[in-house]
Design a protein around this ligand. Structure first.
Ligand SMILES: Cc1cc2nc3c(=O)[nH]c(=O)nc-3n(C[C@H](O)[C@H](O)[C@H](O)COP(=O)(O)O)c2cc1C
Length: 184
């Protein structure tokens, strides 16, 4: 039996009918033979990051978030751009991992799925570079006009987008396999 890779998906959108949520579901279906995708739903429930917080006072949802990243073989982030930047809840969630280093060396894929998304995508790429997400230069994709490309039923209905997402997923799976092999 084929051993599947465990992926943690994080959506930067907290909307109930989010196209990024639908994209994560589409990604999970496309790669269901190779990946088990669990979604972390709580980015809007994390407290505001404060570097003064003593270890013993860190909220359990934060330690749970960190541990879900640590345990995952890889992380995929799908996010819109808000006001030419990274959505605040997502940036706050990532800030909770900067000191503890869960993203360092972790195979991480980034999809910015937005109306335009150019500036937010570059900003988040830079954040993922500085926290040392593994192979991020090969594992990112910008999907513009997302609402015309993922149906309400959660299918990727644009041919080029589907092909880009498949290619990204393949590179992600290869990066994870190499990372698991490196660890022995
Ligand atoms: C507060 C807010 C700010 C936004 N700013 C931008 C923006 O700067 N650039 C952009 O491409 N889209 C922007 N959008 C539109 C989003 O790209 C669009 O709503 C997208 O579908 C959101 O993703 P979601 O469907 O997963 O929630 C903004 C939306 C909101 C709610």
């Amino acid at each position: 039996m084929k051993i599947k890779q465990n992926i943690l998906a994080i959506s930067g959108s907290t909307r109930s009918n989010s196209s990024n949520h639908r994209l994560i579901n589409a990604f999970a279906s496309l790669f269901s033979d190779s990946l088990i995708v669990n979604t972390f739903d709580g980015i809007d429930k994390l407290p505001h990051f404060n570097p003064d917080t003593k270890t013993e006072n860190i909220a359990s949802i934060v330690t749970d978030f960190r541990s879900q990243i640590s345990k995952a073989d890889g992380v995929i982030i799908c996010t819109p751009e808000y006001a030419h930047g990274i959505p605040g809840s997502l940036k706050n969630a990532i800030d909770w991992t900067v000191g503890s280093g869960e993203f360092s060396g972790k195979p991480t894929a980034l999809i910015t799925a937005s109306t335009d998304g150019t500036i937010g995508h570059q900003a988040l790429l830079e954040v993922l570079r500085v926290i040392e997400a593994k192979n991020i230069e090969q594992l990112h994709l910008l999907i513009q006009f997302i609402r015309t490309k993922v149906s309400q039923e959660g299918e990727i209905i644009d041919k080029d987008t589907l092909s880009d997402v498949k290619a990204l997923g393949q590179r992600f799976i290869e990066t994870i396999a190499a990372s698991i092999a490196e660890k022995g």
